[in-house]
Design a protein around this ligand. Sequence first.
Ligand code: HEM
Length: 459
Amino acid sequence: MKLPDGPRISPALQLILTLFRPLETLEEYQKRYGDIFRSNLIGLGQFVVLSNPQAIQEIMTADPKVFESGSANQLLHPLVGDNSLLLLDRDRHQSQRRLLNPAFHGERMRAYGKLICDITEQVTNDWAVGKSFIARPTMQKISLRAILRAVFGIDEGERFEEIQRLLCEMLNTFDSPLKSSFLFVKALQKDLGAWSPWGKFVRKREQVDKLIYAEIQERRQQPNLNGEDILSLMMSARDEAGQPMTDRELRDELMTLLFAGHETTASALAWALYWIHKLPKVRDKLLQELASIGEDKDPSEITRLPYLTAVCQETLRIYPIALFTFSRILQAPFQVMGYDFEPGTRFSPCIYLTHHREDIYPQPKQFKPERFLERQFSPYEYLPFGGGNRRCLGMAFAMYEMKLVLATILSRWQLSLADNHPVRPIRRGVTTTPAGGVRMVVTGKVSQTSRVRSEAIAN
Ligand code: HEM
């Protein structure tokens, strides 16, 4: 059985709609063509968009050899380079994942608990009653410092200040739907001098690379043999032929973790602050739960709180930071939901449409953390971090970080939204983010004694 055709409008218009009105366009397509349809984007090709949990399960649980994702991620090449985990497939992808995975799980991850609380306190220390701030860039300062520490074991000093500044400037190249087209349309990737958008991006990237290579050089001369950071881990790894990773390979993987590991979490935190302060009931319930574990809050206790966890889950359901998982490119003939597909077909599981299915999430447009306390969702119904063999490497780390940052802020500060207008998601590069970044105002300070006790976690 062959899947019927999807939207008839031109591939150029489909790309424009996808860039500028992604949610409305996807919802319109789903209404017309159902939960599995074809869409064609100029320059990028044809995709099969899926929001049917059974279809997503059939793809995610298939033999990983049947699909490639690395080759589908070429869009990210300018940011992360050839050797990035995001662009690898098969054995190299598996072995890099095996190498990096422990750094973002279990004890190694929990060792960052105190640090995340400390960084949050430092970044918010200059808040004062009456001061307004924009949540996304503020949360980005926190998440960038947290990932720098995990990756390099250090986040202070001139080099790291520079890396932070330049990375933010580099990623701001894609901070609107229009500017995001530079990633999606290859023809726009022309260096027309230091003032042209792509020229600016390339120069910032060169500066970041220089700093990363300088750090790698220094580590080669003075290896940090007991270092638990990811750079030390990667530098001591050997492949089957006994060869270490080259400078270029190290740079690409470091860049991948810095890029994938902080913008996403920053946008998620900005959304969480928005919903918590938009809905007084949610805020009250959360404060009650935080108060229930007493004044000396231990990070591991915080991260087990059910309502806080549900608030983070609902934040990532209603406006997932990635609208799609990576595409899966078919390598052999395959059937999904009884439809036949040829090798070369690109499947794009759509996180947003799946998360807005009325049959799974009644009143999907409403923010209701309780739904996560009332029932469990399968990994193909709820997938903000994708799934299968490409599932987000930083999933546990991101959830851990979100909960600690939110608990630290809510235990120290009273905040409110600067205005009551609804905030919509807009495209920022390959992700979505709250439009305007969520402007907030500090309305009060909570007494010192109820702060998160950060010394409770031993390193
Ligand atoms: C709220 C925050 C985050 C969200 C919503 C998110 C979302 C995603 C999604 C949707 C994917 C694609 C998975 C798939 O196609 O099945 C992914 C992959 C990935 N993420 Fe995250 N992510 C977040 C935070 C992080 C963090 C903190 C890290 C840092 C370690 C990270 C590193 C990665 C990497 C390396 C991959 C590629 C995995 C692979 O190709 O095997 N992410 N993420």
